[in-house]
Design a protein around this ligand. Structure first.
Ligand SMILES: N[C@@H](CCC(=O)N[C@@H](CS)C(=O)NCC(=O)O)C(=O)O
Ligand SMILES: [Fe+2]
Length: 357
């Protein structure tokens, strides 16, 4: 029995795919995201699956892979293209290789063009393929960095992806518009960049004039992904907190999502580290929050109740991330940062005191 789950990372619009053999209890994850590692591991546990490998479709420029972190916790192998430019993977993949999970497998097809080392993973029965950013739904990955090439991408998609059966479902690495899946037949007809009668020169003309800004996290993500998602230095993995489901960011900060904080607000101490003027400005503040500006935190740390977990809050989540580092240095262990700060708290419509409607 094939187990299949499509998972989403809202901050980078990345899809992660879980494929498992329900009889053999073995699974692989395609394109896991560092910050979602605890979520993905919980799902594997609940489905009774052992993670044998993580497969990245390429060296991502917009998020950090969860490959290394999953390996630390699950013992999974890290698989990546031999052309990706890293030697830190456990297995370097080439066109034609096979990746087994239980009695099922994925075939590796080299589909360079978005990056030099892009791979597409095709399920054994040709019912599904995981195209990474080589082919997106009605689009494709950009070709303007990481040794991208419109000519190579055109050939990869035409020869390695659109030659699969019309009914083969295609699962992309991202979607920025809410679409989840397409098929070979659909993309052959409707892909505005690569479908129909578009030739290689038309495609190159289109791709060379996209004019997109570089991904926000590119300078962090590319070097991190060349290390397969291993943080720099020899920092040991932190113990898992037990007071709330938290997310560990690649930057080394434990984060709490607004929905989770809303549920546990009564049991934690909310510490607002903004300036007094901001505490009562248009964003308002979370009910019961203690105002302790970041600049005064080190001197006034004794005012914090060490008996309760602490959640730090600021406008965007940046100053409060710094506050968690300071609090941990002062000996407090149960500390987390509110992800996205008051801006996200308000955007997700959680209650505030003060502030404008
Ligand atoms: N705004 C996004 C940019 C994302 C981006 O450039 N994505 C790449 C894939 S890694 C792409 O090829 N996008 C194609 C497109 O947007 O048409 C960010 O800052 O992360
Ligand atoms: Fe990409």
């Amino acid at each position: 029995m094939l187990i299949f789950r499509q998972l989403f990372d809202p901050s980078s619009s990345t899809y992660t795919y879980l494929l498992g053999d329900g009889h053999a209890h073995e699974a692989v994850l395609i394109d896991p995201v560092f910050e979602n590692e605890a979520r993905d591991r919980a799902l594997l546990r609940e489905l009774g699956l052992r993670l044998v490998a993580t497969l990245d479709t390429h060296v991502h420029a917009d998020h950090v892979t969860g490959a290394w972190l999953l390996k630390q916790h699950c013992g999974s192998q890290i698989l990546l293209s031999a052309d990706a430019g890293t030697t830190m993977a456990d297995r370097l993949l080439r066109h034609g290789d096979r990746i087994a999970f239980g009695a099922r497998h994925l075939d590796v097809r080299a589909t360079p063009g978005h990056t030099r080392g892009c791979l597409t993973y095709v399920l054994d029965d040709h019912g599904m393929a995981f195209t990474g950013d080589s082919l997106l739904i009605r689009g494709c990955g950009r070709t303007d960095f990481q040794q991208g090439s419109p000519e190579r991408l055109y050939r990869s998609v035409k020869e390695q992806i659109l030659t699969l059966p019309d009914t083969c479902l295609l699962y992309p690495g991202h979607d920025y518009r809410g679409l989840t899946v397409t098929s070979v037949g659909e993309e052959r007809r409707f892909n505005p960049r690569l479908g129909g009668d578009i030739n290689a020169a038309d495609f190159a003309g289109y791709m060379n004039h996209l004019g997109l800004p570089h991904p926000r996290l590119m300078n962090i993500a590319v070097p991190a992904n060349l290390r397969c998602g291993q943080p720099e230095g020899d920092a040991a993995l932190p113990p898992e907190p037990d007071w709330a489901p938290l997310t560990y960011s690649f930057g080394g900060v434990w984060e709490i999502q607004p929905a989770t904080l809303n549920e546990v607000a009564g049991q934690v101490q909310i510490l607002d580290v903004r300036e007094p003027g901001e505490f009562n400005d248009a964003l308002g503040h979370i009910r019961g929050a203690l105002l302790l500006p970041l600049a005064q935190l080190a001197a006034r740390v004794g005012e914090i109740d060490a008996g309760r977990p602490v959640v730090t809050v600021c406008r965007s989540g940046a100053r409060s991330a710094q506050a968690t580092v300071l609090l941990r240095k002062s000996g407090l262990e149960r500390v987390a940062n509110l992800a996205g700060g008051m801006l996200r708290w308000r955007a997700e419509a959680y209650p505030v005191e003060g502030g404008a409607d």
